[in-house]
Design a protein around this ligand. Structure first.
Ligand code: TRP
Length: 361
């Protein structure tokens, strides 16, 4: 059996996800989903049991959303995509739980206490500025509740070492702790201490699928409802590789100075040809272009305008320089506004960190 290590930086083989691991292709079966460009544009490309969850929601039954982030590096556009989803569901009136995986950051990534605190502050301020309501259920793993920890402990008794290895491959003690902690993130809202049994949707990137499979197996073994999940495409890095917080040239950070962002976008890989003449003749290749992807994922809400940009690119009517210039203008405007909002949220984020994080060492 193939394994997938959520902590490595391997490039995900999408074919394998569908064939090997049983993720289903996302098909739009309800008009309401067409209000969200992440669905219509195929950015949310796969799911497990999404419609079981969605139908409960549409039938007025209790449902909720839960996802999490590990505070291990700068908050970038990949994180924004997750918060954008939470905000959309929140605006449909669905209850959101947002787990900040500080235990994972410390046990697996070995990030020191002060750095974790700083990072959590930034993640929260950014999330609030993007529209996540502070009244949602937001917590850090290190400061949840007894039922949540007891659940993590007991879940560990429901699996053998071989089963865990069959999902994750090579384990370390820290990874083991954070896997069962994450399973408790995903399952604990079904405890009687919280909402009781109900359907939960976990929107994640495909690298998190091992945790989803672990949690679904465990749910079955303790008589809980299996959590549903959706999977969104990874934004590629600006350099064409993987977007990774350990490679600053690969991402756009929402805390970065605007001049730095401008420079990064100006240097990003495009789907352009070797020479201007060639590009005018053959047209560009938007499917290879990071700039086009940025428009598609984040900076062009209007479908008609996006298609027109794609058409012009393929027809050789717009060159990469111009397309980048327009994007830089859009990003600059957006980022200035966002950073202003974020600054106003910093005090609230700081207070949360002070009240919620306290490590013995
Ligand atoms: N492991 C996730 C990450 O690396 C963070 C996370 C923790 C999470 N708990 C979760 C994601 C629960 C989804 C659901 O970012």
């Amino acid at each position: 059996m193939e394994t997938l290590d959520p902590w490595s930086s391997q490039i995900i083989d999408y074919e394998k996800l569908f064939k090997g691991f049983g993720i289903e292709t996302m098909k739009i079966r309800d008009e309401k989903l067409k209000e969200n460009k992440l669905f219509t544009r195929g950015i949310i490309f796969g799911h497990r049991d999404f419609y079981k969850w969605w139908n409960d929601f549409r039938n007025g039954k209790r449902v909720s959303i839960l996802t999490g982030m590990m505070p291990s590096g700068p908050f970038h556009l990949g994180h924004k995509m997750v918060i954008d989803q939470l905000v959309w569901y929140q605006n449909l009136g669905i209850s959101i739980t947002f787990a900040i995986a500080d235990i994972e950051a410390r046990t697996v990534r070995k990030i020191d206490a002060d750095k974790v605190k700083e990072t959590v502050k930034s993640y929260l301020a950014n999330a609030f500025a993007l529209g996540l309501k502070p009244s949602q259920d937001i917590y850090v793993q290190s400061n949840r509740s007894n039922p949540y920890y007891r659940l993590a402990d007991l879940l560990s008794s429901k699996m053998t070492f071989a089963e865990v290895e069959a999902i994750y491959g090579n384990m370390t003690p820290g990874k083991m702790i954070s896997a069962f902690t994450q399973a408790s993130d995903i399952l604990h809202k079904q405890l009687p201490d919280y909402f009781g049994k109900h359907k939960i949707l976990v929107p994640v990137g495909p690298d998190q699928d091992p945790h989803i499979r672990l949690s679904r197996d465990l749910a079955d073994r303790i008589g809980f409802i299996k959590p549903s999940a959706t999977y969104h495409g990874f934004a590629r890095g600006l350099d064409g590789g993987k977007m990774s917080s350990s490679k600053p040239t690969s991402y756009i950070g929402l805390d970065e100075p605007i001049d730095v962002v401008k420079r990064k976008v100006a240097n990003a890989l495009t789907g352009g040809r070797n020479t201007l003449e060639e590009q005018k003749k053959l047209g560009g290749q938007p499917e290879k272009c990071i700039i086009f992807e940025l428009y598609k994922y984040h900076f062009e809400d209007d479908d008609a305008k996006l298609s027109e940009r794609e058409r012009m690119c393929r027809a050789g009517e717009i060159m990469c320089g111009e397309c980048k210039k327009q994007l830089i203008e859009k990003i600059t405007k957006w980022l200035e506004k966002h950073q202003h909002k974020k600054d106003k949220e910093m005090a609230r984020a700081e207070k949360f960190v002070e009240e919620n994080i306290d490590y013995p060492f």
